[in-house]
Design a protein around this ligand. Sequence first.
Ligand code: ZN
Length: 308
Amino acid sequence: NTARRKDTARHHSAVHLLDSALIKKLGNHVKQAGSLVEPNRLRFDFTHNAKLTDEEIKDIEIMINGWIQECYPVNTTVMKIKDAVESGAIAIFTEKYDELVRVVEIGDVSKELCGGTHVKNTGEIGFFKIISEESLSKGVRRIEAKVGMSAYDYVIKLEKTLNLVLKELSTNIDELPKRIVELKQPSKEALKSFRFEFDQAKLKKIDNCNFYIDFLDGDIETLKKYGDTIKNTVKEVVVVLYGKFEEKVYIVCMVGGNCKNYFNANAIIKKICSKFGAKGGGKELYAQAGVNFDKFNPNAIYEQSLYL
Ligand SMILES: [Zn+2]
């Protein structure tokens, strides 16, 4: 039927634009490695070694939608294959070429050998949207995209799902990212009922003293409670606990038993602060600090120099 053929022509013509946009954005190494065109989607496989970034995908979409808005005419000419190749036309659809070939030119953005059915003008494509980008095999990526009403239907489906999520979480689109972070955090209430498990494996011998170093979800109060539990269990121990809560990381240091003869909680916290740009302090047996999560480096937690 005519509508289906028209939709297929829209998606097929968009493949030409996608090929050009990928070459312009990523480089001349991009070569077609396969494609599939249906009335409601297109798939394009191409040579490229890295996952496309969100920024690259956005730029490609903007480029193609710009070409669509320009309403470039699609011109087909029949010429000798030798002349076609010399004029710079590229073969994107692998097929056996006769002496005479069709060269499809879209404005000044695309020139390719192709025997397929195209729109007369890029404006007919309407709207272009990439819906996925993935690895197909080593050095080959796959993009799936939709154009025209199929792309519109896809956006509507996203909107419907989003509205469902917003309603369920009683929030709006601007507050949603913050709301998700909150949901992933344990609540203050949940932290209160959290039961600490003393873990013998977390005890480290540093300079003849037992150190108990741990990283968990929790605010200062949670860390103190946990620290007391450890001190009551081990006695001769230096406890250093890191707790993530909301957008911050809290750090407490507690010195138990005779460890006070060798270690000072305030000195340890000051060293940790200098490492992360954290702020805090305290006394010989107890000190605490806090730092924004984005400044925090979890890899440094077990670095021995922080505690000696
Ligand atoms: Zn074509």
